[in-house]
Design a protein around this ligand. Structure first.
Ligand code: SF4
Ligand code: SF4
Length: 397
């Protein structure tokens, strides 16, 4: 009995440490809503509700013997569906993954991304010196804060995929041109920026998350600015909800929020028609986790000629692209288990909605959906565009 209590206490303590609402785990009704709504719940040996039942039955050790927990893409669907408001995604799921990491039960591809994050400050293993290479050729020049040594209104936290991924760089450059056209006084950290660490945290590497957050916090502290904007909803989530507990507090907005606030200034610049039927994919960490649903839609609706249609799953009920919580680094593992990709489900929904364009607002999504569109029947004509790209096109910049 003593052992049961020790195991329970230590695990509960870890959940509590991960989130201030962790104590709510005790309020679970075992209704099964969380497991039912989980996109990969049917493949998990212990989906969330079963996991809690196992914990209550003192069969915690058995949870560590299965690797199907790694099917969790931290999409927040279970957390949103829970009548007892148990913080399943940031609490239970992240804590279980932390235990799996400690037990050495971790897929190789995830381990490589975590090692890269530790060594290079980004999961792709790219050179930190090349973080600002995407800015070459942009006019007016993107200010590197270490170089210009002057205060700016906005510190743009660009993020890993937006900085390094060749496809996503196109959207990053588009956003730089949109900000320039609006006359926004912004600068970037470039080589001083580190991974925001949020996906590493949700994949169970809280220690690594804290190291990365502290490095970013130190860089923020060197410069004068009024607010941070992020390209990546995961970075937005980290800086808004997680960094303050580490003493790193700054006003932060996702770029769609920032631009939607400047609609009066933006609208007259949207001169060219983009005559297409578009649908918008709510990223989990913008929508479900942080309640930002309308600003991205308002931006799309401001584009002349664009017709916005909704997919079956939208807003709070949106479907994950499969990239969150380490999913970006577990594609091989998940394919082996599921033989299906969440991004393909989403592309099918976009086609069923009659959309010609699938609009996104997260750097994980352009490459994921473009890849999926190559393999889904009938998706050959579907174009995937970041909202920043669509705005830039309408502005002619
Ligand atoms: S949805 Fe909430 S209350 Fe229901 S089983 Fe899951 S954790 Fe428990
Ligand atoms: S966060 Fe998403 S993938 Fe993970 S257990 Fe919950 S519903 Fe399933």
């Amino acid at each position: 009995m003593a052992t049961i209590e020790v195991i329970e206490r230590s695990f509960y303590a870890k959940v509590l440490e991960a989130t201030p609402e962790g104590e709510r785990l005790r309020l679970c009704l075992e209704c099964g809503n969380c497991s039912g709504i989980c996109p990969f719940g049917y493949l998990m040996l212990y989906p969330p509700s079963r996991m809690i039942a196992m914990l209550r039955a003192d069969r915690f050790d058995q949870l560590l013997e299965t690797d199907t927990v790694w099917m969790c893409v931290s999409c927040y669907a279970c957390t949103a569906a829970c009548p007892s408001k148990v913080p399943l995604t940031p609490g239970l799921m992240a804590s279980i993954k932390e235990e799996l990491l400690l037990a050495g039960n971790v897929p190789d591809e995830l381990q490589a991304a975590l090692q890269n994050s530790q060594r290079y400050g980004n999961p792709q293993g790219e050179s930190p010196r090349k973080r600002a290479d995407w800015t070459l050729g942009i006019q007016p020049e993107v200010k590197l804060l270490a170089k210009v040594k002057q205060p700016v209104d906005v510190l743009w936290f660009v993020g890993d995929y937006a900085s390094y991924h060749p496809r996503v760089q196109l959207a990053t450059k588009a956003l730089a041109r949109v900000l320039n056209a609006l006359g926004v006084d912004f600068g970037i950290l470039g080589p001083e920026e580190w991974s925001d660490g949020d996906s590493q945290r949700l994949a169970g590497e809280r220690g690594l998350f804290e190291v990365l957050a502290e490095k970013n916090g130190k860089a923020f502290g060197k410069y004068q600015f009024n607010r941070i904007i992020t390209t990546d909803p995961h970075a937005y989530n980290a800086i808004k909800n997680e960094y303050p507990a580490l003493g790193i507090s700054y006003p932060v907005q996702h770029y769609t929020e920032f631009l939607a606030e400047r609609m009066d200034q933006l609208k007259p610049l949207l001169k060219q028609e983009v005559k297409v039927k578009a649908t918008y994919h709510d990223p989990c960490y913008l929508g479900r986790a942080n309640g930002i649903f309308e600003q991205p839609r308002a931006l799309l609706q401001a584009i002349p000629g664009m017709e916005l249609v909704e997919m079956t799953h939208n807003h709070m009920n949106s479907l994950c692209c499969g990239g969150g919580g380490g999913g970006m680094w577990l594609d091989g593992f998940q394919w082996e288990k599921a033989h299906v990709r969440l991004s393909e489900w989403r592309v099918r929904e976009a086609i069923s909605a009659g959309a010609e364009f699938l609009a996104v607002a997260c750097p994980y999504e352009t490459p994921r959906f473009e890849d999926a569109a190559k393999t889904v029947q009938g998706a050959g004509e579907l174009k995937v565009r970041d909202i920043a790209e669509l705005l830039a096109e309408s502005m002619g910049v």
